[in-house]
Design a protein around this ligand. Structure first.
Ligand code: ATP
Ligand code: MG
Length: 558
């Protein structure tokens, strides 16, 4: 984006709120955000949107962002996820101010609960979960106040201390806020603050057997950290009144909750729970399978952080749930890879056409200089071996071509990229009539960079020298699901998996790809963008097709 468009671009609604708070001098004009993942899975592109939004806002307004693990649920969190989340945030290009864990606040949160009890604003309830649910009422009928609601402050303080002291088994008692059992907002009907769970926690071990619920942990963690703008997705709109109630009753830092729409991408799912099912049931080969919408999958596939950040910027911040075309993501990836990818040649047909140059000196091999990336002056040159026996794509030859076929055909001329112009003289077929070889003459004075032939040709083909070509495995990826909007699809989402989301083929690559580097993007000319996969072994490279060269996605306004 140019500076000019950046300046004139209108603010999104969260920026408007933040700017208004700054104008009003709220919190001394500070902007402090946080990204609060629950460490129960790998991050996906939906999280990338939230990361770019939170870190981006703080960057823009001179503020700071914390990475906070929302690890209040002892049974699902794992250290493996914590590590991967940190690696993914950094890979996206962001660095947090403080690394925080909600579990670090178990002490202060307990004290907040004791304060509420002392102020007559919380009570210990001995009802079963079923009774509590039944007493809650429905959105159209008020709930019922039970006998525990009128317990004395002393009894509540004593029972809560004994809950903490491991005196009671799981599920026998909870601590609830005393708010309003008749409120039209169900979250106001005496929400549960603490439950008993004798479970090992990944950080606090067995120190606690009572754990705070989301509503009691999240907002208070924001306040403890001095978060000014707490961004979350729309499903938390009904939680906002209780978020504000705790701030008011506890007299703590007034963090402000702002909700935005969850982002969904077409042809995939964006939920850790569903992604975990795909992994556990073997529909994909792990969290970093290149078909997965996880950041680790995107990275392995060859998507770049720059492209993902650009994508998150382009999709903007919505107030209503929306489905973004996966084509826009691919467009952003292509646009970035076009700038950085090393251009190489690989014939991607496992059954290519052999081109024999009948006038090329027998046994001769030339090393032809070729540019690594004409768009990048510093990218340098490399040499490609050229000989009298080459491979080209089968689709680049036609025996009886239609008009405007500018590739190779009997009697026709084409240029071989970075090499020579050739003319097709003869077609050799096997017993079934299949073309096995084309015999051509090359024009020695048409060498690229030194062309004195005066010939004008329309088509330029990529090629490899048959003897030096390296056979490589290529993994081609297609959409993971075959329906566009999985939120609308009925039944089990896994029935919509695209059986052709992965196809493995063979390609004949120029020999330089034996030394391909992990993390480097390659453009297989005329084919697409590729990267070396982690399954590669010495002498046996495996390439992921990151994205094809073209598709039908049209940039709005272009
Ligand atoms: P999931 O349903 O995949 O588990 P989650 O919202 O439960 O997602 P968290 O780990 O709680 O995952 O999310 C961390 C942050 O990322 C939250 O602030 C959440 O709102 C945000 N987030 C998660 N998914 C999306 C999404 N699809 N679009 C935008 N933000 C998201
Ligand atoms: Mg969650």
């Amino acid at each position: 984006m140019t500076e000019e468009t950046k300046e004139t671009k209108s603010l999104h609604f969260i920026e408007e709120i933040v700017e208004e708070d700054i104008r009003n001098g709220k919190n001394g004009g500070a902007v402090y955000t946080r990204f609060p993942p629950e460490p129960n899975g790998y991050l996906h592109l939906g999280h990338a949107k939230s990361i770019c939004l939170n870190f981006g806002l703080a960057d823009k307004y001179g503020g700071q962002t914390n990475l906070r693990f929302d690890d209040t649920n002892p049974t699902t969190e794992e250290t493996e996820y914590v590590e991967s989340i940190m690696a993914d945030v950094r890979w996206l290009g962001f660095e947090w101010e403080c690394l925080c864990y909600a579990s670090d606040y178990f002490g202060p949160l307990y004290d907040f609960a004791v304060k509420l009890i002392g102020d007559g604003l919380a009570y210990v309830d001995d009802s079963t979960p079923e009774e509590i649910a039944a007493q809650k009422g429905t959105p159209t009928e008020p709930g019922v106040e039970n006998q525990y609601r009128s317990r004395s402050i002393e009894e509540n303080l004593d029972l809560f201390a004994r809950m903490k002291a491991r005196e009671f088994p799981d599920g026998t008692r909870v601590l609830r806020a005393k708010v309003d059992m008749a409120s039209p907002n169900m979250h106001f009907r005496d929400p549960v603050l603490y439950r008993i769970k004798h479970a090992h926690h990944h950080r606090t071990g067995n120190a606690w057997c009572i754990y705070p619920m989301y509503d009691f942990a999240h907002g208070q963690s924001d306040s403890i950290e001095g978060i000014t703008h707490s961004l979350c997705t729309l499903e938390f709109v009904p939680h906002r009144p209780i978020y504000e109630w705790f701030i008011e009753k506890l007299g703590i830092f007034p963090s402000r909750q702002i909700e935005f729409a969850r982002f969904n991408l077409s042809y995939t799912v964006m939920s850790k729970r569903k992604l975990l099912q795909l992994v556990n049931e073997g529909h994909v080969h792990g969290w970093d399978d290149p078909r997965m919408p996880t950041l680790s999958g995107a990275r392995r596939r060859g998507y770049t952080p720059e492209a993902i950040r650009d994508f998150c910027e382009r999709i903007g911040v919505a107030r209503r749930d929306n489905l973004i075309d996966i084509g826009l993501l691919e467009f952003c990836v292509r646009e970035h890879l076009n700038k950085i990818a090393t251009r190489v040649m690989a014939v991607c047909d496992p059954d290519p056409i052999r081109v024999v140059l009948t006038n090329y000196p027998e046994g001769q091999i030339e090393q032809l200089p070729t540019e690594n990336n004409a768009e990048l002056p510093d990218a340098g040159m490399r040499e490609m071996p050229f000989s009298g026996e080459l491979y080209i794509e089968r689709e680049d030859f036609m025996e009886a071509p239609p008009k405007k076929f500018f590739r190779l055909a009997p009697g026709g001329l084409v240029r071989l990229k970075s090499a020579y112009i050739i003319r097709c003289d003869e077609v050799v077929k096997d017993a079934d009539g299949k073309v096995t070889e084309v015999r051509c003459t090359y024009i020695p004075e048409s060498k690229s960079g030194h062309d004195t032939s005066g010939l004008k040709v329309q088509g330029t083909l990529h090629w490899v020298s048959a003897a030096q070509a390296v056979e490589v495995e290529v993994r081609n990826y297609d959409r993971l699901f075959s329906v566009e909007d999985l939120n609308d699809a009925e039944g089990d989402f896994k029935q919509y998996l695209n059986p052709e989301s992965l196809t493995i083929t063979k390609a004949f690559a120029e020999p330089s790809l034996l030394e391909a580097e992990a993390g480097q993007a390659y453009q297989f000319m005329r084919k697409g963008y590729y990267c070396l996969d982690t399954d590669s072994t010495t002498g046996k490279p495996v390439f992921n097709r990151t994205v094809t060269l073209k598709d039908g996605w049209k940039v709005p306004g272009k």
